[in-house]
Design a protein around this ligand. Structure first.
Ligand SMILES: [Zn+2]
Length: 285
């Protein structure tokens, strides 16, 4: 495969839409590339917004991919011990919704998300867990949902077989000045090393266009990568990657193992059609 590039925008929700729009416009200043928008059905428990749904329909009709990004994007479980507390309350700022859910709770939220997509007539191919943290039981819940891919910070996984592709992410942290500076330096150093990878992902967040110096940094890197990479949505990339694996002449050197979680055969193929009770902390609709 020729080198590819995906631009993914996280945390797309009514509450973040103004900031998301600034990021979308900043990407457009570099090139008119298709985006993969990671949409959250009930961001932090907020009610459904039909006006927001209509905006996403517009984006879909313009060629962007819509993918599911958790259900509330909020980890409302109780941490187990100080390390778990550090990871779930400090490192991910309480956003890792799917890090510690039981299989049943994860499936309930996944299916509620699937139904949101169905109600709007949007095709659904991908699920990305908030903060890329999928607990072991949440992984098994994915088996019951007809999805083509999920991803973590380091890898993309083709589902349902969990074939993994190492695909580096360009990510910026904007929560504090020292984090912004650190991620700016880190990403600037990575440019040359990215050349070896078939896919590079720009994993952008709603506030990545708020600081001019940070915005210019990823815009510059995006322009550089677009000189020799073709931009496409994640689902288009996964489809072509999977097709290339069945072509005997295709070089496969780029396929590198990620640490894939163990398969669990206890899937529930018909769970998608089962009645789904509402998650305890949110309202479905
Ligand atoms: Zn997120």
């Amino acid at each position: 495969m020729d080198p590819r590039l995906c631009v993914v925008l996280h945390d797309v929700a009514p509450a973040t839409w103004a900031a998301c729009r600034r990021v979308i416009e900043a990407v457009g200043e570099v090139a008119p590339v298709p985006l993969t928008l990671l949409a959250v059905p009930r961001y932090h428990g907020a009610p459904r917004s039909l006006a927001f749904d209509a905006l996403l329909t517009e984006r879909h009709e313009c060629g962007d991919e819509l993918a599911l990004h958790g259900y509330t994007h909020h980890d409302d479980g109780r941490p187990h011990g100080p390390l778990d507390l550090l990871k779930r309350r400090v490192y991910t700022a309480g956003e890792a919704e799917f890090a510690a859910l039981s299989r049943e709770a994860a499936l309930q939220r996944l299916v509620a998300g699937v139904r949101w997509f169905q109600a709007n007539g949007w095709p659904l191919h991908g699920f990305v867990a908030p903060a890329w943290l999928l607990g072991r039981e949440a992984w098994t819940a994915l088996e019951a949902v007809p999805l083509q891919y999920t991803s973590t910070l380091r890898c993309i996984y083709a589902l349902p077989r969990r074939q993994a592709l190492l695909a580096p992410s360009i990510v910026y942290s904007t929560r504090a000045a020292w984090r912004r500076l650190g991620s700016l330096c880190w990403n600037a150093m990575r440019g040359r090393r990215l050349q070896r990878r078939v896919l590079v992902r720009f994993e952008l967040h709603p506030h990545d266009a708020d600081h001019a110096y940070l915005r210019r940094s990823w815009q510059r890197l995006l322009a550089e990568q677009l000189q020799y990479r073709r931009a496409e949505t994640v689902t288009d990339f996964v489809r072509e990657w999977q097709e290339s694996l069945s072509t005997p002449t295709e070089p496969m050197a780029y396929l590198q193992a990620c640490e894939a979680p163990l398969q669990n055969s206890a899937s529930t193929p018909k769970a998608i059609n089962a009645p789904i009770p509402a998650p305890a902390s949110t309202s479905l609709g």
